[in-house]
Design a protein around this ligand. Sequence first.
Ligand code: FAD
Length: 321
Amino acid sequence: MATDPQAPPREFDFPVSSPFAEGLGQSFLDEVPEVEEVDIGEGADPVAEFRRTLGMFPTGVTIITTQAEGQVHGMTANAFMSVSLRPPLVLISVDRRAKMNSLLHEGSRYGISVLGDEQEALSDHFAGRVLDDPPEARFLLVRETPLVDGAVAHIVARVVRSYWGGDHSLFLGQVEFARSRPGAPLLFHGGRYEHVLADAPVFGALAPERLERLLASGEERSYADGERIVAAGELGEELYVVLEGAVRVERGGALLASFAQGDLFGEVAVLDGRPRSADVVADGETRCLSVSRDAIREAIAAEPQVAWELLGVLAGRLRDA
Ligand code: FAD
């Protein structure tokens, strides 16, 4: 029997009986576009060119997981997006040739584990790449759904709808579980992994005796639990050292990082005096040393070698970027 190349594949030919499907179904599978030539430029291979263009959109990296007949299956995917907050919905796009595609259907659950910066090997492994020293994947089970241990975010979603997406299938999932932890995510851009530039120390990289002289004119201050030490948008007029206790760095209520006794913070903002990008809040009773920008400038003027060392530190950061 001849098959229409534009007809949606049979596996999507099922009714959807979910409250979330209400109002969503009208365009289901009935608006498959005509195949058209894509104006892709002068590249020799149009598919590769299209792929390269799409790859300019930077993403994180996830492992999609599911459990079928007691077996855990995982697959690397960057085609993950948030869709809706109310109701909570997410979407994944899975190659129709992937084993994962045959395991997901209406009512089944999938897990999304957003990989951390240090989980590149897991990404390669779950993409089916052969590694000399494959990492050991450990799974947590939430709502009968496996999630990859150590990820920066975990989501469990139940498939409420699937859509034909050409050579991929789109699985709309109603979120049932979501958790995250502070930490840098692994990135993917231009067909390769990228990394968020870590908050490498600046002043903290100076020789201890130099740093001590630089901080000598600092003032000690005490903060109550939850008290704001610096506010986002405030000019970077001071450098801080945690003397006792701990602080949390927050943006829009989300925890970005935390610093403990002996750590410096506000190191970059104090260099150029520009507005700070996040709030810093005391985590319990906390004591900090605060050193003004002017005092730092004077200390550097008295010991110019410090400026040279700082330039070296900044050059290292640029190189890492
Ligand atoms: P397989 O190829 O059979 O399995 C994938 C790998 O995971 C195998 O090595 C397998 O041994 C291992 N594995 C599976 N389950 C377990 C387990 N329980 N314990 C230990 N190991 C296990 N494809 C898409 O369709 N959509 C995307 O968005 C997408 N994004 C990608 C992003 C990146 C950065 C990369 C590198 C690849 C991406 N891919 C994507 C490609 C996709 O990851 C591969 O094609 C993958 O091999 C498809 O998986 P599969 O379900 O066919 O399973």
